[in-house]
Ligand binder design. Structure first.
Ligand code: FDA
Length: 298
């Protein structure tokens, strides 16, 4: 990322919310389930799978967690009714992880059960490092009883290879990503070259272990390496999928599909779009240009 983009990224908290909203539009399907279904239907027609995230995180009252749970269950009903090829991605802090862990487990369990009724799947997103152990703990408990649940692991955390070693025997379903939260150097790789190296080590281990892997990245070097290993190991399409975020590098998305690989697009939607948008904008290599343009146009 150029220095000017990095500087703007640092100033994002003081950029007016309306400007952030305008620049981040590309990353978000809209505010309603209907918006997300429309985007997913379009992607399905192009041969892509989807996963939907109802935006929102870090709730402070258990009632908000219960409401989010009901919204996820209604979303699963709707995906089934509308015959959309999409699973759901859930953040546990939205289901009350920081309020009441036991209740959070029960709420997540009810979402996974609803998905099971439709032969669908729930992916648990990974949040900042204050949530890692609890998220993996709840995932492990859910996975003990249900096969239709998976979790995200982050290549920037030093602990991730150990987590993989600990969980691999349980035949987990992992989405591997680099990791998006700002973490201290004591627990996380900070240099992109180290994050990439760890990502590739983890990816090779996961692909060789025969579990299902979601390869979540827009990094073309990693995508190429993954394609090479998939070919060498003769992995069937059922063993892996590429995963990309809505609004990021559509040409790469199309190339992966054209090469015959399954690809799932992450579709966030809802009114609580601010925190997600800021995370996406911080990673946009052309952030400064977009923000400046949005500040001076209406
Ligand atoms: P990298 O950041 O190196 O980007 C590679 C290239 O992609 C960049 O050079 C740039 O061109 C392009 N690019 C990336 N982001 C862009 C953007 N926002 N706008 C424009 N261009 C962009 N993280 C997490 O901590 N917990 C989670 O649960 C998830 N879940 C998740 C699901 C899916 C499907 C994906 C793809 C990613 C996540 N992430 C995540 C985010 C992930 O950790 C990471 O922050 C981003 O994917 C960016 O990392 P890349 O691997 O794309 O590499």
């Amino acid at each position: 990322m150029r220095i000017v983009d990095r500087v703007i990224a640092g100033f994002l908290p003081v950029v007016p919310k309306a400007v952030v909203g305008r620049v981040a539009q590309r990353y978000i399907a809209g505010e309603t389930v209907a918006d997300a279904v429309r985007v997913a239907r379009n992607l399905n027609a192009q041969g892509f799978r989807a996963t939907m995230d109802i935006l929102g995180e870090d709730v402070h009252h258990i009632d908000q967690a219960r409401e989010a749970t009901e919204n996820y269950k209604r979303l699963l009903d709707e995906l089934h009714r509308e015959k959309i090829d999409s699973n759901v991605s859930v953040k546990l802090t939205q289901l009350g992880l920081k309020v009441d862990k036991q209740e959070c487990l029960a709420l997540a369990d009810s979402v996974v059960r609803r998905a099971q009724e439709y032969d669908n799947f729930v992916r648990i997103d990974m949040e900042d490092s204050s949530c890692t152990s609890d998220t993996l703990g709840i995932y492990t408990e859910l996975h003990r009883h249900h096969r239709n649940v998976g979790v995200v692991i982050q290549a920037y955390l030093h602990r991730t290879m150990d987590d993989v070693s600990r969980l691999l025997d349980t035949r987990p379903d992992f989405r591997l990503c680099k990791g998006v939260y700002v973490e201290p150097a004591a627990i996380a790789y900070k240099e992109m070259s180290n994050i990439n190296r760890n990502y590739l080590m983890l990816l090779e281990r996961l692909l060789r272990s025969g579990i299902h892997v979601g390869i979540a990245t827009h990094d073309e070097t990693i995508v190429q390496k993954a394609q090479k290993w998939i070919a060498e190991l003769r992995l069937p399409r059922s063993a892996y999928e590429f995963q990309m975020l809505l609004g990021v590098n559509e040409p790469l998305r199309n190339r992966i599909r054209a090469a015959g690989h399954p690809l799932r697009v992450y579709i966030p939607f809802g009114r609580d779009w601010y925190a997600y948008s800021v995370r996406r904008l911080r990673e946009n290599p052309r952030l400064a240009g977009y923000v400046l343009k949005a500040m001076f146009t209406r």
